[in-house]
Design a protein around this ligand. Sequence first.
Ligand code: OGA
Ligand code: NI
Length: 340
Amino acid sequence: METLMSNWLNPVEKTPEKYIFPAHQRPGSQPFPVMNDIPLIDLQHPNPQHIIDRIIDACQRFGIFQVINHGIPASLMEETMAVMKGFFSGPAEHKASLYSTDLAKKCRIYSSTLNYDSEDFHYWRDNLTHHCHPVHDHIHLWPHHPPTYRQVVGEYAVETRKLMVRILEAICEGLGLKPDYLEGKMTKTQLLSVNHHIPCPDPSLTLGMPQHTDPNLITILQQCSVPGLHVFRHHQWMDVPSDPTAFLVVPGLQLKVMSNGRFRSPIHRVMTHQEEARTTIGTFLIPSNEIVIEPAGDSPAVYRGFTYGEFFRCFTRSNCDADTALAYFQTDSKSPTLLK
Ligand code: OGA
Ligand code: NI
């Protein structure tokens, strides 16, 4: 439990050695260019076709975009953020019972990554992850501190699911598929993943989250006002602006496959901040294990079909490097299969 940074004495005076990355992996202190051209899509635009076109363009050229006028009340976003900050800054005993790195646990808190015990260096973060759908199947496992957690997050889970389904419908239409193509087993699992990073004495030496691509179907992210997200674009790391009223949308690798490689799924990572704690609320939609993921429409297919379970086994064996895992399913893949 002493591994949970949110239980440490704040402020931390000196960065502990286990958190200082070797020189070639450190982010450094040079200013990073800001990704000012990140698409900002108004979901209340009067022309639905315009929304679809902009989403498809954003998925193809950026692989990340922001949505505004998304229908989730500002008050619900603020309350959820407050509840999350309250959870992490709250009493250690409320967190202790949820501490686990076991993937099978449907509600858990852990620090750094799931490999805390075996990794050489730790990432500067605590994370709370739990299942959300349907709410009534999981709510009894969720934190009950702050006391409003379950009620507020229950509402948030329902609203964020609706928003993601709406974005997926637009994507399907844009790809020439039936709007409900991804309904059902493709979007069976909904996970909430909350990152919390306490202030770090030296952000140039540490990382809040490793570089990665999202292995799931789709992610939406609510940021607080403290920046930290980096996207690798034009051969360099760029700062993503943090707008706490917008949702950031990241199409996951399964959408890249479905779009037959047309969509991007950009590499991203998280920086730490010297003065302020940063909290983000990610919501993921994930296919069920037996569902087959395959390119829809376009030919020739650049990926062979696979079950999500097969992909996920490959993902874990590739050290959670989603791009390496995906390479095994390319039709021109020269990689030996990991699955024998
Ligand atoms: C993620 C992620 C970014 C952030 O959870 O997959 O990339 O800013 N989060 O917390
Ligand atoms: Ni991510």
